[in-house]
Design a protein around this ligand. Structure first.
Ligand SMILES: N[C@@H](CCC(=O)N[C@@H](CS)C(=O)NCC(=O)O)C(=O)O
Length: 201
């Protein structure tokens, strides 16, 4: 398998999840500005959508869209999704919220938005994270079991910290808890990102 990724991007959730699942993969970095990969390939020729993540399976099938990639990984290692008869449905419900509501709300902060648009984006993110906080009654989004949805939320909390979106103490403790996981520390190290709370401040 090969994961096309960009440093610190949403693709990091797929990398963390691959590590959690114990699935071996190669990783190829994409420069999202030039759309050239670290091996000099034209990424648009590989993925015409031009964005990450994209997971290429050993048989050549390619999966993109975070929801699909994360669902695929959870299918390979079902301990990474909630249990019960509605487990997969609850996972898709959560991943869809994370992608279409939370991730989408960050877009103005990644682009050349005005100060006013950026302030509005911060408010929208804080509001959406507030809904998730209410779900955090235990260690993770689905109780005591870490799922691929937690990997995705972790990445966006990392962005939120970087963009100075105010986070509640419950979300901060959740973030710190996930930061302690071996899969997360491995992913951050591989992407040459800070792994300690102090270093990230
Ligand atoms: N719908 C896609 C969006 C992925 C996405 O926004 N990826 C960002 C990085 S977090 C990206 O590659 N942006 C570059 C671009 O859109 O050209 C998904 O959910 O996977």
């Amino acid at each position: 398998m090969k994961l096309y990724f960009a440093t610190g991007a949403c693709s990091q959730a797929s990398r963390i999840s691959l590590h959690e699942a114990g699935l071996a993969a190669d990783f190829e970095r994409v420069d999202l500005k030039t759309k050239i990969t670290e091996h000099g390939s034209d990424y648009r020729a590989i993925n015409p959508k031009g964005y990450v993540p994209m997971l290429v399976l050993d048989d050549g099938n390619a999966i993109n869209e975070s929801i699909a990639v994360l669902d695929y990984i959870a299918d390979r290692e079902p301990k990474l999704r909630p249990g019960g008869p509605l487990g997969r449905t609850r996972l898709i419900e959560m991943l869809t919220y994370l992608s279409t509501e939370v991730h989408a709300a960050f877009k103005p902060l990644f682009h050349d938005a005005s100060e006013a648009e950026q302030a509005k984006a911060r408010e929208a993110i804080a509001l959406r994270l507030g809904f998730l906080e209410n779900q955090l009654v235990d260690l993770y989004l689905f109780g005591t079991r870490f799922t691929v949805a937690d990997a995705y939320l972790f990445v966006m909390l990392r962005w939120a910290k970087g963009f100075e979106v105010p986070l509640s103490s419950r979300l901060l403790s959740y973030f710190d808890r996930i930061l302690e996981r071996d899969s997360v520390r491995q992913a951050l190290t591989e992407e040459a990102l800070a792994v300690t709370e102090e270093a990230m401040a």
